[in-house]
Design a binder for this molecule. Structure first.
Ligand code: NAP
Length: 290
């Protein structure tokens, strides 16, 4: 979708439309199976946003014909209880994909729990095994959902990262770091920024592609080079209660060539990637059992 903003055209990276397209193609593949792939989700604690995300994932899965089982635990759950459930799911042939919804309650050892997932059921590339594959340029079973969604969105609009300077703001294991690794794999020149970065603005100014994954509004029009491609991963809630991204969409869309909105950009692509990954893991496991 093109819009006139300021003195130029900007293309909106429409994650909702692409999600719908990818998922309707996926539904055809799932309809053709004589069994349902299964995604198991572990949800521990009382994080309100996590409950909403998990509910959305379950609804999307069910619309596609993916069975989705959610295992909920209260805030005080023991590490062992979750590890036991993961072990049970690892050994259950009907379960193809396991997702531990983050964040986990603080007393739990996140790395230990994530590493409990069998790598071939690791639907968000959380395990050291799959992450190590990603970091060494090899193929994990599946790629992490959010960065994968970003690349699918860029691909849809014919945006090739080869040789481009990609600036990733954020270095979390969930988004920023795998995003940087995946952009490197696409032959981009990558700079990763974080809360200790000095003079963020002058680095962002050099970006051909800016991918922001922070969680607060910090990207303004004067920080972005003309015709920069801007992908906004961030999600936060403004004082008006509305969902917003890291990027001031109104102002930045006047200078960028492509921009993803929040909501409606990367968020829907993350869910689409989760469904695609569940199916991909199902296929891997079926091929192996032949
Ligand atoms: P996170 O773990 O909190 O990481 C935030 C990153 O931003 C950190 O690396 C932090 O630097 C950096 N940062 C914080 N303030 C900064 C500043 N002023 N300047 C530069 N960098 C700064 O969060 P996350 O899990 O990566 O998620 C990031 C955002 O994406 C959140 O809003 C989250 O809700 C959203 N998200 C969206 C989706 C989606 O589907 N759209 C999926 C996942 C996450 P340090 O490392 O130095 O602390």
């Amino acid at each position: 979708m093109n819009k006139i903003r300021g003195d130029k055209l900007v293309t909106i990276l429409d994650g909702k439309s692409l999600r719908d397209k990818l998922l309707s193609d996926l539904k055809l593949k799932i309809d053709a199976l004589n069994e349902k792939p299964e995604l198991a989700v572990i949800l521990a604690g009382e994080d309100a946003a996590s409950k909403i995300y998990v509910n959305n994932k379950k609804k999307t899965a069910e619309k596609l014909g993916i069975k989705s089982s959610v295992y909920t635990y209260d805030e005080n759950v023991s590490e062992q209880a979750i590890l036991d459930k993961i072990s049970e799911l690892n050994n259950d042939n009907r379960v193809n994909a396991i997702l531990v919804q983050l964040p986990l309650p603080k007393h739990l050892d996140k790395s230990k729990i994530l590493d409990g997932i069998s790598p071939d059921k690791d639907v968000d590339c959380f395990t050291t095994y799959n992450y190590g594959k990603l970091a060494t340029g090899l193929e994990p079973y599946v790629y992490p959902c959010t960065p994968k969604g970003v690349l699918l969105l860029l691909d849809e609009y014919g945006i090739d990262l080869d040789g481009k300077h990609v600036v990733v703001v954020g270095r979390s294991n969930l988004v920023g770091k795998p995003m940087a690794l995946m952009a490197l794999k696409r032959n981009a020149t990558v700079t990763v920024c974080h809360s200790h970065t000095k003079d963020l603005k002058s680095i962002i100014k050099t970006a051909d592609v800016l991918i922001s994954a922070v969680g607060e509004v910090l990207i303004e029009e004067d920080m972005v080079r003309r015709n920069c491609i801007v992908v906004d991963v961030g999600i936060s809630r403004g004082s008006d209660g509305k969902i917003r991204g890291d990027v001031n969409f109104e102002s930045v869309s006047k200078v960028s060539s492509y921009i993803s909105p929040v909501p409606g950009g990367v968020g829907p692509m993350t869910i689409a990637s989760l469904m695609l990954n569940t199916y991909e893991l199902y296929v891997v496991q079926k091929k192996r059992s032949l």
